[in-house]
Design a protein around this ligand. Sequence first.
Ligand code: ASP
Ligand code: MG
Length: 418
Amino acid sequence: MKIYKFGGASVKSAEGVKTLASIIKNEDVPIVVVISAMGKTTNMLENVVDSYFNQKPDLISNVATVKNFHKKIVDDLYSRQSNIYRRVAEIFETLETIISQKPSLSYDFEYDRIVSLGEILSTSIVSHYLNEVGINNTFVDIRTCIKSDNNYREGIVDYDLSKELVKSTMTFANTQMYVTQGFIAGTITNQTTTLGREGSDYSAALLASMLNAESVTIWKDVPGVMNADPKLYDKVQIIKRLSYKEAIELSYCGATIIHPKTIKPLKMKKIPLYVKSFINPEKEGSVINDYTERVAMPPIYIHKKNQVLITLTPRDFSFVAEERLSSIFLVLAAYKVKVSLIQTSAISFSLCIDYNQATFNAMVKEFQQSYEVLYNTDVELITIRHYTKDILDKIFAEKTVFVEQRSRQTVRIVVPTN
Ligand code: ASP
Ligand code: MG
């Protein structure tokens, strides 16, 4: 039994859905197909949530954007008679019912029940299409199987309960293929949750671990795990083999190739993770596995954009000791801020964090009660793993470095965005 995961980029058009079909058509073992929302649907639905929750006038046009995008794909895939039109209409009716009512007080709750519809749309369209072209499959609403707590937008999965439900649902008794959603889950009272942006890799890994899959394959619009972003660097190469540890380090540093939570469930069961090109499926790609011997690695460059460097200095000139640190982290946790790097000195504390425009000012205000706050919103964090002296010489000659942290394998610098 295998897991195939298709990200948004691979199902962004009718063409993509057809390629997906041609990839899975040749599979002879039972598979679970995990799919994300089509193209940039999640971002489009985030705009819907924003205008709904804040009762903005662009709500209708934001909904129309999502509708038109899906309508084009459905029109390109199906004849007018297909009953997929009914199903898609039902999903949009669900959305319209939600937005016709006054929002609750919880932004995150509203976010999950709206944004999750992207995955429901994509899987309904794909599952239906596959059945129509003779690739028989069974649709599963994963919210009935993967159960999380009610920490909306970052649901914590109850692994044991979910495993029981997944195993009793995906028995493969009458089917060789299930099609289901990544990224979304349900609470025990059947509210919808999501598992964090780009979380469908994580869903695929959870299902693999729960079902003891022989492998997971993530189909992407890149040829495998690259040592740098080809948009930023001239000479890039595919890293064919990576250990789980290397993969965790990379995703933690901001490599977007796989979601950071993906590796743990796979490592537990030693399940290999293949990263393959959706455009050239016959190419080898990369494999992340339980390699214990040292695998030689090229230098790897990771740019994490959209960061803020923020420095807190206590107003009373006192030390930034443990107690202060824990109160700083409580504020960060309350704003669900992801910290990329920290540096302390006697009387100041610097953090490089993901910039969230919606909440940043409120968070700064809160810090200002006890701290002098300085920040720079125009920075990025560059991580270089397996660096060499030449690389460092070059980078320090070229860039203004605000913060630097160096260990044996890794150097991390915060620099102005150019
Ligand atoms: N559709 C979700 C997102 O864009 C989940 C995913 O793609 O993994 O964040
Ligand atoms: Mg996505």
